[in-house]
Write a protein of this length. Structure first.
Length: 437
């Protein structure tokens, strides 16, 4: 079974070396298993075992998937939060943002910067942990740091008291008092401060997340959201708050394109308005509210949304848009078509989820792009490279029987137009001739 992400390096060797069993390791590999394949890629699980052999297996699954994905020419982007509706969000949030942008591609903590937009954190993402993992995390990571966290809270309380005293002295026109140290905080003051923090969950969450370097969980909903949005000191909403941070760099090393905004130039038809579509296979039909699944380049993705051949909109037993036809295999598995039902789609962007899987975003492609793609594979022919001839109307022969009704009127009209054109040509030729007199 193919894992969602590779765990070992893929190794290959030239043909001259493979014929000798040489793969660059300490011992040669058997020719029977390494030469009888069209995809010479292997992964080394263990160089030396107790049996003094090298444990290896085929790595063609991930190697070919990487090759197919790069043929799609898809740019990796951060997860797009469609549920985020904020008037303060910039208009650029309507489009997918590359994972290589400077405000997204960083891992170190810097003051004055949206640090929770990072993709790498020292702490875990609590939403994905199981109950057993969460209890173990509390026992081994959280509880031993109680004393250190209380010390930091005392320092913060001392800074808050010093700031409030300086502000009051400035408003009254008095001299600034001495700075409050953490050792000057009494136990009663600290207990009251802890009680206030328990009631102010937003501030408490921010302090705990910063102290443990936890991955963001997204902004809260409900009445707390109003208090959360009014805080200017907090970092902007993380793109990984809803889906979770990826286990590696958001690009996963499978694509280094910053954007998909480029135009393809066809050698015959010139610049194309649509990119070259990819042929997708319906691997799972529509089941209730779940959208059908398509296989594109070795990756499984959801069908394009909207009213199209993949997701027909119906009202009762009647279709809303009867003009569009539904693709075979959408409502039920197509077992009659050789290889299954297929259709052309366009891959727009992709991202990596917390489990390491590549999530492709697809959209419907245009009919012109589909025809051009089919012609490039030799499935159809639309380009005529032969000589063209101009149309010259001919007069019907006198021996032919005269048509009757409308056909006779049409032929008479064609004959009259032909004669009129000839008269006009004769007049022009006569007028263009130089006068000999």
């Amino acid at each position: 079974m193919t894992r969602p992400y590779p765990q070992h390096q893929s190794i290959t060797s030239p043909l001259a070396s493979r014929e000798k069993g040489d793969w660059g390791l300490k011992r040669p590999f058997p020719l029977k298993s390494t030469m009888a394949t069209s995809t010479p890629f292997i992964r080394i699980k263990q160089v030396d075992t107790v049996e003094n052999v090298t444990n290896f297996a085929s790595a063609a699954d991930h190697s070919l998937s990487l090759e197919k994905f790069q043929e799609l020419r898809v740019a990796m982007s951060v997860p797009f939060n469609t549920d985020k509706k904020s008037d303060s969000s910039p208009r650029t949030e309507l489009w997918h943002k590359s994972v290589f942008e400077e405000d997204m591609d960083f891992t170190d903590f810097q003051r004055g910067r949206g640090d929770d937009r990072r993709w790498k954190f020292q702490g875990p993402w609590l939403a994905r942990m199981t109950e057993g993992e969460f209890i173990e995390y509390l026992n081994k990571k959280v509880r031993p740091k109680r004393a250190h966290f209380r010390t930091l809270l005392k320092e913060k309380l001392a800074d808050d008291i010093t700031t409030s005293q300086n502000k009051a002295a400035l408003e009254s026109g008095k001299a600034a008092p001495a700075k409050i140290e953490a050792r000057d905080i009494s136990e009663e003051q600290f207990t009251d401060y802890l009680r206030s923090l328990r009631n102010d969950r937003v501030t408490l969450y921010a302090l705990v997340s910063k102290f443990l370097d936890l991955a963001p969980l997204g902004q809260p909903v409900g009445i707390i959201q109003t208090f959360w949005s009014d805080r200017d000191s907090l970092a902007p909403d993380s793109p990984y708050g809803k889906s979770g941070p990826p286990p590696s760099h958001p690009s996963a090393g499978i694509s280094y394109l910053r954007t998909g905004s480029f135009m393809e130039n066809h050698p015959v038809y010139g610049p194309q308005g649509k990119r070259t579509p990819a042929l997708a296979r319906v691997v799972y039909p529509k089941a209730g509210p779940m959208s059908p699944k398509l296989g594109v380049g070795g990756f499984v993705a959801d069908a394009p949304s909207g009213d199209n051949e993949f997701n027909p909109r119906t009202y009762g037993s009647r279709r809303i848009s009867p003009i569009k036809s539904m693709l075979n295999g959408i409502m039920h598995l197509d077992t009659t078509t050789f290889g299954g039902a297929k259709a052309y789609v366009e891959a727009t962007t992709a991202n990596v989820d917390p489990s390491g899987k590549v999530v492709l975003q697809l959209r419907e492609t245009g009919p012109e792009a589909q025809v051009v793609a089919r012609e490039s594979k030799g499935l159809t022919e639309i380009y005529h490279d032969g000589p063209t001839k101009s149309y010259v109307p001919t007069t019907p022969s006198s021996s032919a029987s005269a048509p009757s009704g409308q056909e006779g009127q049409r032929s008479t009209r064609v004959s009259n137009e032909a004669r009129l054109n000839r008269v006009a040509d004769e007049i022009l030729e006569e007028s263009l001739r130089p006068d000999k007199s």
